[in-house]
Design a protein around this ligand. Structure first.
Ligand SMILES: [Cu+2]
Length: 136
């Protein structure tokens, strides 16, 4: 008994779709564990950072595919290779922290987490995540 050609092609197609999604899942990325997008929070509130496919290291460590988290307040992702400024709205977690308590006055905010290397050079939009929250 032989497998009909159409069935064989269908199987191949399914296998390639699975492989493609596996490759996508392996792309490094970051995400907020907290707060959730659209959340209403009381200040101070917990921010939790997660990263997959790269490793957290303190600032200064230039091991490839490692870096530290940044929180950008009312700002979008930083282009790849650009050094992230250090000021009131660009917070660096250069000790390798994976979370922080953040204090903000009441209002609506756009929060962007941005992963960057040991010299604070951004890994670009692919290694960022933006959410909108309300501080009550
Ligand atoms: Cu930094």
């Amino acid at each position: 008994m032989t497998i009909p050609a159409s069935r064989f092609i269908q199987t191949l197609f399914c296998a390639s779709v699975l492989l493609a999604s596996a490759a996508r899942a392996a792309e490094p990325s970051v995400s907020f564990t907290a707060p959730m997008d659209g959340a209403v929070v009381s200040s101070p509130f917990d921010v939790r950072f997660a990263v997959t496919g790269m490793e957290v290291k303190p600032a200064g460590d230039m091991t490839p595919n490692t870096g530290h988290h940044h929180l950008l307040i009312n700002a979008g992702p930083i282009p790849k290779g650009v050094v992230i400024p250090a000021d009131d709205t660009h917070l660096h977690y250069g000790k390798g922290q994976t979370g922080a308590k953040v204090t903000l006055p009441p209002g609506k905010y756009q929060l962007t987490m941005q992963f960057a290397d040991g010299a604070h050079q951004s890994y670009g939009p692919a290694m960022s995540k933006t959410i909108n929250i309300t501080v009550k």
